[in-house]
Every structure is written in C-alpha cells, then in structure tokens.
Design a protein around this ligand. Structure first.
Ligand code: PEP
Length: 247
C-alpha cells in the first residue's frame, strides 16, 4: 500500500525562542507530498505553531504524561500539548526509556493518552548494540511493539519509529538490508495485530539520518520516512531530508 511519508524532527533539549529563525527558513520547503512534524522543546510549541501557520509544518511534543492532569511536578499532559498546538507526540524514545526508566507499559499508557487528547502517537522502538550483536534485535523490537502499542491503534493515530539505540547520534546506521529486514518484520506484526490499519500505519526509521543518506533509506521497503534528531536542528539539513521524503 502507498503511504504518505513523514519527515519528523526531534530537537530534544535544544532550542530557544531565537531558533524560530530555523522554522522560518523551513517554511519555504516543498512538502506537498509528505507530512512534516517538528518536535521542539515544549516551551517552544505554542510560539512555533503560531509561526508555522499557513505552512506544511506541524508541531509535535517529545513526551507526555499518561494522566490528563494531576500532581506530577514537571510533567506535561497530552492535552496540554494539544492545546499548545501540537498534532503529535513522541513516546518511548530510547533516551526516555534509558534516562527515565520508561518501560513498555508506561509507553503504551502514554500512547493511549496521546489518543485521548487527539494526538498522533509516534511510538519509538529499537534494540541496543549488545542486543543486535547477540542476534536478538528482531525479538527485542517485536516485544517492544507488542507491549508499547495500544489495542485499537489506527493508521491515523499511530506512527511507529524504529530507532536502533546504537545509531542515535552516532553517525552509524544499519545496512539498508538490515533496515529492510526490521521494517518488513514490523509491518508483518502490525498487519497481524491491526489488519488493514496496520498496513496503513507509517513506520519511520530513526538514527543518524542525514541529507546524504535520507533518500536511500526512505527508498527501503516499508520505510515511510524518518525521525531525525541532530540533522533536524539546521533548516538547511532538515530541508534536504524533507525533500527526500517528498520524493
Ligand atoms: C533521535 O534521537 O530520534 C535521532 C534519530 O537522533 P539522530 O538523528 O541525531 O541520530
């Protein structure tokens, strides 16, 4: 099935109000044939959403709490992100799984919260280097997929991001064959569990996507675009990646 590609940018803990200049420079990009979701720090979402109005660039959060409100100092709910202008939220990024002890059940609860608030959940999965070296990559990602995706997830409300932990921020990527093997396996599991909705769900690759490798990675079987960290911070680099997703 033909799926519209997504170029998603994860700014992590980078960016101040002046970074709106990067967004302004991005607005001219041709994204007529793909979706663009920029996930700046939560402090910037409302301002960026206003600045991006009239362009193809939509906003996303980088994490949310599973509750809508309550005594959770420092946390942000999916409803708050939606009110600020986000249309999506990343959940289960490996940095949150590692730094904040998030397990599959917690990630699933966050994805459910995203859906409750009307947001697309971008659910991240990926093996560590030790797991890949041990030959366990497919089994690890399959287990994360089973545990992190909510029942009833649809092609419209859920995006999967396969991000091998060892490829994030390292400049290393799996071979195109290894990416294809993993994305084909994820697609098979999605169809087994969600039927036609699983066939329509976008599966992004993430981990050291750059202007120089985006086109070849996005051409791989069952790769429906990318979740991009470092290379999304500069409009010139992210524009080139969006152009690769746009085809
Ligand atoms: C990420 O953190 O989601 C990511 C893919 O980072 P990078 O592109 O910098 O490897």
């Amino acid at each position: 099935m033909a799926r519209r590609k997504i170029a998603a940018g994860n700014w992590k803990m980078n960016g101040l109000a002046a970074s709106v200049a990067e967004l302004e420079a991005l607005k001219a990009v041709d994204a007529s044939a793909c979706d663009v979701i920029l996930c700046p720090p939560a402090t910037l979402i409302a301002g960026f959403a206003a600045a991006a109005q009239g362009s193809a660039i939509k906003m996303g959060g980088q994490d949310c709490h599973s509750d809508a409100s309550g005594a959770h100092t420092g946390d942000i709910s999916a409803e708050m992100l939606a009110e600020a202008g986000a249309i999506a939220v990343i959940v289960g990024h490996s940095e949150r799984r590692a730094d904040h002890g998030e397990d599959d059940a917690m990630v699933r609860a966050k994805a459910e919260a995203a859906h409750r608030a009307g947001l697309i959940a971008i659910v991240c999965l990926g093996e560590t280097e030790a797991e890949r070296d041990a030959g366990d990559a497919l089994a690890v990602v399959s287990g994360q997929l089973a545990g992190s995706l909510p029942d009833g997830a649809t092609a419209a409300d859920t995006v999967v991001a396969y991000e091998p932990v060892w490829a994030i921020g390292t400049g290393r990527t799996p071979s195109l064959d290894d990416i294809a093997e993993m994305h084909d396996a994820i697609r098979a599991e999605l169809i087994k569990r969600f039927g036609a909705e699983g066939d329509g769900m976008r599966v992004l690759y993430g981990g050291s996507v750059k202007p120089g490798n985006a086109a070849e990675i996005f051409a791989v079987s069952n790769v429906d675009g990318g979740l991009v960290g470092g290379a999304s911070l500069k409009a010139s680099d992210f524009s080139a990646i969006i152009a690769a997703a746009n085809g």
